[in-house]
Design a protein around this ligand. Structure first.
Ligand SMILES: Nc1ncnc2c1ncn2[C@@H]1O[C@H](COP(=O)(O)OP(=O)(O)OP(=O)(O)O)[C@@H](O)[C@H]1O
Length: 343
């Protein structure tokens, strides 16, 4: 396996700056997730690492060696795509064996068999080896696609939304399996998604990309709890972080505050709270979720209730100062705490 370093890497397509001055170090054995909306530059970043794109500026290094000008084959990265790109006319065994039989890596038949069976066992598809690829379920096909990347033991795995075409249950199952596999093999992985649940559950570190620019890089907990900008704060968490106008807090916020943000689990439902005047929109005891509205602004709270609150009934919220995050009009995080004792 290998470490990867991008320094000041940029790539534009005409007017579109797909990736701008990206600097990023992925440690050997690290599982790094790139998270961002459509068009953020995630796939382009993977292609730059694989050598399928040349940067307009900056350097790409693997294990400290400059590979900026090297061909994809010499970088030895395995790509797993969203769509399982299997050979339909071949059996699962032959699909898995394919990379080992390429002219570059021609291996002995006994070695091919051993490696294929080993990977099939890891992915729980050993009973399907004789089937044709078309006779598999979606989840099985994606397992084979992942297996095909694993079997040749690349230096780096590049995964581009590999689970997004699967249904929710399978996605969860494979998410756990992929992470287990990565831990047991010590693989270096860059994993692209726009699913924040995947990002927070799988990543050692998450890099948030927006419009080709790396906004923040950190552990899931750092990015979730200590976001540097409002878009980053909004990228993780479901329901999303509440964004409230500073006017609601009557000057009890740091100078320059335009928005006060607070996670649903930090909102208190307090009968004597100061933030009165909300009307309940929705209350789910099962999901521990309460949604209420004031002046057209919705607040989501994660609260434990014994009784549901009827839609339309009044609610009071507490927003503990130490749990609030403050942002200026440009969405930049402001340092400093609010007025002590709540807002
Ligand atoms: N070969 C290309 N030619 C022209 N424009 C491109 C090319 N590849 C990417 N782009 C543009 O670069 C930007 C970044 O694209 P990229 O595919 O890296 O984003 P992404 O974050 O992976 O998006 P998605 O989640 O939709 O896959 C987009 O605006 C895209 O249209």
């Amino acid at each position: 396996m290998a470490s990867i370093e991008l320094s000041g890497v940029s790539r534009a397509f005409g007017e579109v700056k797909a990736v701008s001055e990206l600097s990023l170090h992925v440690a050997d054995g690290e599982f790094l997730v790139l998270l961002g909306p459509s068009g953020a530059g995630k796939t382009t970043t993977l292609r730059l690492v694989a050598g399928l794109e040349r940067p307009d500026a900056g350097r790409v290094r693997m294990d400290g060696h400059d590979v900026t000008g090297s061909l994809p084959a010499s970088r030895d990265c395995a790509f797993v795509f969203q769509q399982y790109s299997l050979y339909p006319h071949l059996s699962v065994f032959d699909n898995l064996a394919f990379p080992l039989r390429s002219p570059l890596r021609r291996s002995e038949p006994a070695e091919v068999k051993r490696r294929v069976e080993e990977v099939a066992a890891l992915l729980h598809i050993e009973a399907k080896l004789a089937r044709r690829a078309t006779e598999l379920s979606g989840g099985e096909m994606q397992r084979v696609a992942i297996g095909r990347a694993l079997v040749r033991r690349p230096r780096v795995f590049l995964m581009d939304e590999p689970l997004s075409s699967l249904d929710a249950q399978l996605r969860e199952e494979l998410r756990v399996e992929l992470r287990r596999l990565q831990r047991s093999t010590g693989a270096t992985v860059i994993y692209v998604t726009h699913d924040h649940v995947e990002a927070t559950t799988m990543a050692d570190r998450i890099g948030i990309l927006e419009r080709g620019v790396l906004q923040q890089l950190g552990t899931p907990l750092e990015v979730y709890g200590d976001p540097r900008t409002l878009p980053v704060a909004q990228r993780l968490g479901s329901p999303a972080i509440n964004v409230l106008p500073a006017q609601w807090f009557e000057g009890r916020t740091p100078a320059g505050t335009a928005h006060v943000a607070i996670r649903p689990e930090d909102v208190r439902l307090s009968p004597e709270g100061e933030a009165a005047g909300f009307r309940v929109i929705e209350c789910s005891l099962v999901k521990h979720q309460l949604v209420a509205e004031r002046q057209g602004i919705e607040v989501h709270a994660r609260v434990m209730l014994d009784q549901p609150l009827a839609p339309g009934s009044p609610a009071r919220f507490g927003f503990p100062a130490e749990r609030c995050l403050f942002f200026d009009a440009a969405g930049r995080r402001l340092a400093g705490a609010a007025h002590p004792g709540g807002l």
